[in-house]
Design a protein around this ligand. Structure first.
Ligand SMILES: Cc1ncc(C[n+]2csc(CCO)c2C)c(N)n1
Length: 224
């Protein structure tokens, strides 16, 4: 069994809470309240900025030039492609670039990004890759599941574009490559003595991803 499969099994409860969160099901059938998605999108803009910083840290933490190049390509993809796509998507939802700049960070966004950056600062390249894996590989898995929902492609589903973006071939290839690189690093650096530390990082990052969905989900729920 591969390293990533093992991590998922060790964190199976957290993984299910993240990948099957009600927010994701609301995207699939189009029932997610728009206010919930708008809140998520604005926080996700701030998230992407911090994630670019985490990729910059990957560059620094790379022991080998090949790892450094891989990380630098990921950093460019976020800065030059994903951020632009995100700003365009937000504009379609009525969020201007200046709205995004002025968004106050939510504690869930801060908790998650600070955790990933800290795991990378105190750890090595593999530890940081493990902290990033729920985001990079998880979104590919989630989007593939959502895309198979009968309502996911309906023209009336307002989240159709979001699902198609992450379920599409270009993003799926990014995730497949990230997973292969993680397996390669695990073969080099994942000793039995480090297993508990790496599983703990994976579990925590997965839990914080689920909390990120929950943050958006709460905005769409009626106040009790
Ligand atoms: C909360 C949250 N988690 C994951 C992603 C997806 N994502 C963000 S950066 C990145 C790597 C790109 O190469 C991916 C897949 C998101 N947008 N928001």
């Amino acid at each position: 069994m591969g390293f990533f499969e093992r991590l998922k099994i060790e964190a199976s409860g957290e993984w299910r809470d993240y990948t099957e969160h009600p927010f994701t099901n609301g995207l699939a059938d189009g029932s997610l309240p728009e206010a919930a998605f708008r809140h998520y999108l604005a926080q996700d803009y701030l998230f992407l900025v911090e994630f670019a910083r985490a990729y910059a840290l990957l560059v620094y933490k790379s022991p080998k030039l090949a790892d450094m190049r891989e990380a630098a390509a990921g950093l460019s993809a976020i800065l030059d492609v994903e951020m632009n796509l995100h700003v365009k998507l937000c504009a379609g939802w009525g969020l201007s670039a200046s709205d995004l700049e002025q968004t106050s960070p939510a504690v869930e966004m801060l908790a998650y990004t600070r955790y990933v950056l800290d795991a990378g600062m105190r750890g090595d390249l593999l530890a940081l890759k493990v902290a990033l894996a729920p985001c990079v590989i998880g979104y590919a898995e989630i989007a593939t599941r959502l895309a198979s929902h009968p309502d996911a492609n309906a023209a009336k589903n307002p989240y159709h574009f979001w699902i198609a973006e992450y379920a599409g071939v270009p993003y799926q290839e990014v995730a497949t490559k990230a997973r292969a690189h993680l397996e390669h690093l695990a073969n080099l650096y994942a000793t039995p003595a480090r297993e508990a530390e790496l599983i703990a990082i994976f579990k925590e990052a997965t839990r914080l991803e689920a909390d990120f969905w929950e943050m958006g989900w709460r905005v769409g729920q009626p106040v009790e």
